[in-house]
Write a protein that binds this ligand. Structure first.
Ligand code: CMP
Length: 139
């Protein structure tokens, strides 16, 4: 089925001018960018967005990193978009990411791992609604 998923191009990637290269990989995988904006995430947004991780030891570091430089938030649409995006991103830890994936090619570490992608339909809907209004999604 056609799905929508939420993607973030993270600070380590925007800083290295990889927005275009990463977006090209998403598009080559058959995902359509139906919304995109470059934002400086606030600490409050990062803490809310990553709320499920608030008790993890890396939570503080994660939120600090996500607010350290601009990010590009995007909504991707396509057949099986959630799984397809996760496939093209590769494993969270770039050391485990399959060759050719975004994280294998560009990520620096498990924290500075270049991209985020929703993990399920419910989280995709929540994450999209947190950063975009319905009018901003142009399919
Ligand atoms: P993401 O998909 O954005 O969702 C949660 C993030 O936490 C994950 O990507 C990683 O970048 C980050 N993360 C996971 N484990 C660690 C860790 N051990 N140290 C720092 N960040 C981590």
């Amino acid at each position: 089925a056609i799905q929508r998923t939420f993607s973030i191009i993270k600070p380590d990637a925007t800083k290295r001018n990889l927005t275009g290269a990463i977006t090209a990989k998403l598009e080559e995988a058959g995902l359509r960018v139906i919304a995109s904006k470059r934002i400086r995430m606030t600490l409050e947004q990062a803490q809310t967005f990553y709320g499920v991780h608030k008790d993890r030891p890396f939570f503080g570091e994660l939120c600090e990193f996500m607010t350290s430089e601009p990010v590009v938030v995007q909504v991707l649409e396509g057949e099986n978009a959630i799984a397809k995006n996760r496939e093209v991103m590769g494993a969270t830890n770039p050391a485990d990411a399959a060759p050719g994936t975004i994280r294998a090619e560009y990520a620096l570490s498990v924290g500075e791992n270049s991209v985020h992608g929703s993990d399920a339909p419910e989280t995709a809907a929540e994450e999209i609604a947190y950063f975009f209004s319905g009018l901003e999604l142009v399919g």
